[in-house]
Design a binder for this molecule. Structure first.
Ligand code: FE2
Length: 408
């Protein structure tokens, strides 16, 4: 197939784009390869790249299996609207999240000391998260980016709860189902409380024996939850099966894809995403985009194909709490995602183009680029790992997030 490099202004409906001057995952088009169907496709692409390559004689198969159609088919039918303004939800959520952190940490500490799992405590934690995510998922998603180095397992469990609830919201789940899914997320790694901390936090490669001890957390988790009172049965299954893979190479049972529950497949993706985006003793944190690229490449192998694509749609290009650089050179935190135009979120500007801090942070709605009220150099150029440029969301939150009136 011969391809031709053209300027984006030369693009017309009916052309098949095979390559961009940037990575596909940095655009709203999930798949590689794209049949241009409308002026809107061209407008979106023109915001992302200057040059692209078109196939001169696209095959019938390319024209039929348009990735745009695939991307549309995996998008939610109707994105649930935000029920509250982000500033309102931030006001509520810091207390809720702090409380959820304390409850999760004490629940796991007690389990480590041999106590039974406090299911009421776990349900309270999950229900608070579900209520917030249903009002506006970005406040909880922002909070999930704040990590305490010493509390990895506890933070990870709560984060998997929050992110899986946001994923379930995207999938259109009912409140009851979200509560069940969140509980599965919160308790998926409870079996790690039976694994020595030195092994979990070992800053070097594990021996085969140590790796077996880690893998046993799935069996411990199942056994511990079987003994818990009034526990949702799905949580037992997820604790047991969240390391199974759809290619049958997972553990502990090497289940086939058809034998792995949907909730276990969901938690497997969220678990991997949160682990990859956290700083660990043995590997530095990846950006959200890098983690999504790995999930994309592992679909059909480690992860369920369709759910992996849905998850990428849920998280989007720039989830709340991401540290981003604009083409202007300014550095900002994403504070609210744009459900229709995922590449145009609302941000808080932290550093100017010379990377000098603003005396007072500025709030900016990048969707004004579309109306021409903001220049194109305010488009996001790239995502940075939290902590880059000396900016950490944890420090910023500690100083007190202030969202001003008029920013909605
Ligand atoms: Fe696990």
């Amino acid at each position: 197939m011969s391809s031709k490099k053209i300027h984006v202004s030369e693009l017309r409906p009916g052309m098949y784009v095979s390559k961009l001057d940037r990575d596909w995952l940095d655009t709203p088009f999930v798949m590689q390869g794209l049949l241009i169907e409308s002026r809107e496709d061209i407008e979106i692409l023109s915001e992302y790249c200057e040059h692209l390559w078109i196939d001169v004689n696209p095959s019938q198969q390319q024209l039929n299996s348009s990735p745009v159609k695939a991307a549309v088919s995996i998008a939610p039918k109707v994105a649930p609207p935000y029920k509250t303004e982000i500033k309102e939800e931030h006001r509520r959520v810091s207390k809720t999240f702090k409380h959820a952190r304390e409850l999760t940490s004490s629940l796991l500490d007690e389990v480590r000391l041999g106590a039974a799992i406090d299911t009421n405590n776990a349900k309270d934690t999950v229900n608070g998260c579900v209520e917030s995510v249903l009002r506006h998922p970005d406040a909880m998603m922002w909070m999930s980016k704040i990590r305490e180095a010493r509390e990895y397992t506890s933070d990870h469990c709560l984060n998997v709860c929050v992110i899986s609830v946001a994923f379930g919201r995207h999938l259109g789940y009912s409140e009851e189902k979200l509560q069940q899914l969140g509980l599965c997320g919160l308790l998926h790694d409870v079996g790690k409380m039976r694994v020595p901390v030195e092994i979990i936090d070992k800053p070097a490669a594990l021996t085969p024996k140590e790796y077996n001890l880690i893998k046993a957390h799935t069996v411990h988790g199942r056994n511990m939850l079987l003994e818990a009172k009034n526990i949702y049965a799905g949580a037992i299954d997820v604790a047991y099966s969240h390391h199974e893979r759809v290619d049958g190479q997972g553990y502990p049972r090497k289940l086939k894809a058809s034998d792995i529950s949907r909730f276990s497949k969901i938690i497997a993706i969220v678990d991997a995403y949160d682990a990859m985006t956290a700083d660990r003793v043995y590997s530095p944190a990846k950006t959200s985009t890098e983690a999504l690229k790995i999930i994309y490449s592992e679909r059909g192998k480690q992860f369920d194909d369709q759910l992996a694509l849905e998850f990428i749609q849920t998280i989007g290009l720039y989830p709340a709490g991401s540290l981003v650089e604009l083409y202007s050179g300014q550095i900002a935190f994403v504070v609210e995602t744009n459900q229709l135009r995922r590449h145009l979120p609302k941000v808080i500007l932290m550093l100017d183009k010379d990377k000098k801090p603003y005396k007072q942070e500025k709030l900016l709605d990048l969707s004004f680029i579309e109306s021409g009220e903001l220049a194109h150099d305010k488009l996001i150029k790239q995502v940075w790992v939290d902590g880059s440029f000396g900016l950490s969301i944890r420090d910023y939150q500690k100083r007190g997030l202030v969202l001003k009136r008029g920013f909605a």
